[in-house]
Every structure is written in C-alpha cells, then in structure tokens.
Design a protein around this ligand. Structure first.
Ligand SMILES: [Zn+2]
Length: 348
C-alpha cells in the first residue's frame, strides 16, 4: 500500500503558481530525513539532495509543485469576485466547483450566462456569500489574491482509483518523493536530486531557475496528462491502468531517445507495463530543463490522469505503483557509463 495520507495532503494543499509555500513545506518535512541538504531557488522551487551524494554524475527528478488556479481580477458592487486564470483552465469544467479565497474564505464558481453558449474565464464569478464590495474589502480581499479549487481527496478502494484535485502535478511530486525515499539508504552510482519546481503552469519558470542551482547531467521530468480513454475521444491512447507513459515529444521538447530506451528495456525486463506517448497539446518542464547549458539528456515520464485541471481528477493506484517501481529501477541502473552512452555521438 502506498502512503495514501501523504498523497491526500499533497493534493488537498492549495498552491497556485507563485504561492507554492505549503507544498514546499510538505516536501521539506517529508524528505528532510533522507536529504543531505535542501535548497530553495528564488521563485518558489525546492531542491532536495539525497544523502550519499556526490558521485560524478547527477540525475534530477523534476515535478512541479504548483497547480492551475485563479487570482482575483475584480470585485463588483454586489460582492461577486471576477477571476484571472493562472494556467490552462476550461471555464466549462469548473462551473460548480468550490474554491478557497486567500486560503481562508469559501466560495463557489458560476457563470454569468448560460454555459450552453460560448463562455470564457471572464464570464466566471465566485459567489462567496458577500453582500457588497465593501464587505469583501473589509475581509482584506483584493485584486491578485489567490482563488484555488478546493476538493477533498478520496480513495475509491474497490476500483483502485484516487479522486483529487491537483493530481497535476502532486501525484508526480508524490512519486518522485517515494522514489527518493526508496533510494535514501542505498549506494547509487549517481547523485540524486529531487526538484519540486514552481510556476510550471505559467511557463515552466521554476524549473529554469532550479536547474541553474542543481546543474544536472540527466533530468527526468515527472508530469501527468489527460487520458484519452474516456467518451470524448475516439482514439484510445494514454490509457488508465496501462502504466506510465514514456514521452517521446511534447510541445516544448523531444525526449532523449536513449533515455527512453533505457526505461523501456528495464520495464520489459521486469514486466512493468508502459506506454509510448506524444503530448500534442502542451509542454512540460522538459523544455526548459533540457536547454540548460549546452543541453542535457532529458525526458518526461507521464502518469495517465483523467480530467486534468479540474476539481476532480482521477488516477489509478496501479499506475502510481508501476511508475515508482520503474523509476526506482532506472535510477539504480544509472552510472557514468550510462551517461556517456546516452549522450549524442558527434560525427568522426
Ligand atoms: Zn503538469
């Protein structure tokens, strides 16, 4: 059984881009016993170095700690709050969701016109029960304050499903942290660093600054993407319960082919299911991390998640377990020779 309580805490924490402190704290508390040192960049990322470093090469696991959300754009005279989104949110998919304003005040989202017509984020408002603008201001709520989706995490035991908000990307934080702890007491042939990157949803910002601090030789980006196995899609790709996805390409980067092959070879050897994947619609931190220095071998390992960027996303426990097992085995296999073998070979 995985540490469900930790995953519940990570997913219920509200941390929109630029406001990631609570997730930083959860990671710091959990990984301090396994860390030689913990660092922070100036954008909100956390960096944990495994005990027993340093070897000659450094592998970074990168999972973003922010989640999509909103900030207050305006407050109208009747006390309704208008929203500016941070990250890609469909207005149709958040109507009826509960929110938390400034981590303190509850509210719910509705739209100012029939959602059967075209609506945008500008049509959304939060009803937090205030009677007028003066009342909202008296609670010291102002433009720019955070408005986070709020949702209770549940484990649907019979189906093996976890239902939660912010599985993008807290399930990856969880997976990276579990792998880090699995390996804490082991002698590895590489240094291991876990980066919880800030501000990914608004342009993969924290991974750029954190990478400058870590200077990794190899990076494995842990992220999620929406499954295409639900009734909206005719083509069944990125299927729940079929294992972690080896990302060949996303909008920001191409996965390092040799690194992808390392994953598939080890998965085959240990009978761990996996899927090849292309993220046609979005980018990941791979784009910024792979461009560090003169470029580093990097790839994204994607957990299949249904209904990303909503108040209720779903992930299967088997996919989590398989990804933890595969990632642990891959890191155990990495040494200086592996590193040399995955670098591109210049022509003679
Ligand atoms: Zn993500």
């Amino acid at each position: 059984m995985i540490q469900y309580n930790l995953l519940k805490k990570l997913t219920e924490a509200c941390a929109i881009p630029g406001d990631e402190g609570i997730v930083q704290s959860l990671i710091k508390d959990d990984l301090t016993p396994s860390s030689q040192k913990i660092q922070f960049d100036n954008l909100g990322s956390i960096i944990c170095h495994k005990k027993g470093n340093p070897k000659k090469i450094t592998v970074a696991l990168v999972a973003h700690i922010d989640e999509v959300g909103f900030i207050v754009r305006d407050i109208d005279k009747n006390g309704f709050i208008r929203l500016h989104s941070l990250g890609g949110i469909s207005p149709y998919q958040v109507i009826g969701s509960r929110v938390l304003i400034k981590d303190q005040y509850l509210g719910c989202i509705y739209a100012d016109k029939d959602p059967a017509q075209h609506i945008s984020i500008d049509n959304l408002y939060v009803d937090a029960g205030f009677s007028n603008k003066e009342e909202v201001l008296a609670y010291k709520i102002h433009i720019g304050d955070s408005v986070s989706l709020r949702s209770t995490t549940e484990y649907w035991e019979d189906q093996g499903i976890i239902a939660a908000k912010a599985l993008d990307d807290r399930v990856s934080c969880f997976i990276g942290m579990e792998v880090f702890k699995n390996l804490a007491e082991q002698q590895l042939d590489c240094n291991l660093v876990f980066i919880g990157s800030a501000q990914e949803e608004v342009g993969t910002r924290g991974s750029k600054t954190a990478t400058n601090l870590v200077k990794p030789d190899i990076a494995i980006i842990l992220d999620v993407a929406s499954c295409k196995d639900t009734p909206q899609f005719s083509q069944q790709t990125r299927v729940m319960k079929k294992g972690p996805c080896l990302c060949v390409a996303d909008k920001s980067a191409l996965g390092n082919r040799s690194l992808i092959e390392l994953f598939s070879t080890i998965a085959d050897k240990h009978n761990i299911p996996y899927q090849y994947d292309i993220l046609g619609g979005g980018g990941t931190d791979t784009g910024s991390v792979a461009l560090y220095g003169i470029g580093i071998p990097a790839m994204a390992l994607i957990t299949p998640v249904r209904y990303c960027h909503t108040a209720t996303s779903l992930v299967h426990m088997d996919d989590i377990k398989n990804e933890i097992d595969l990632l642990t085995l891959v890191i155990q296999s990495i040494n200086e020779e592996t590193f040399k073998s995955i670098l591109p070979i210049p022509p003679k």
